[in-house]
Design a protein around this ligand. Structure first.
Ligand SMILES: [Zn+2]
Length: 62
């Protein structure tokens, strides 16, 4: 997926459980998906967000 902040970088979320870090993809009955845990790009744009039910939920910058 493209980074939702608009920086146009492509995010690669590893879903393989034998590698770290990895994310768990949950598919809901309504056809949307959620990722767990949150995505935090410590390099580049620094975006921190959750992807829940097909939508990006931003974490507030501290
Ligand atoms: Zn970004």
């Amino acid at each position: 997926m493209l980074c939702p902040c608009g920086c146009r970088r492509i995010l690669h979320m590893n879903l393989l459980t034998d590698e770290r870090p990895c994310w768990r993809l949950t598919r809901h009955e309504d056809g949307t998906v959620s990722l767990h845990p949150s995505v935090w790009r410590k390099k580049d744009c620094g975006s921190h967000f959750w992807f829940q039910h097909g939508r990006v939920e931003w974490c507030r910058a501290e």
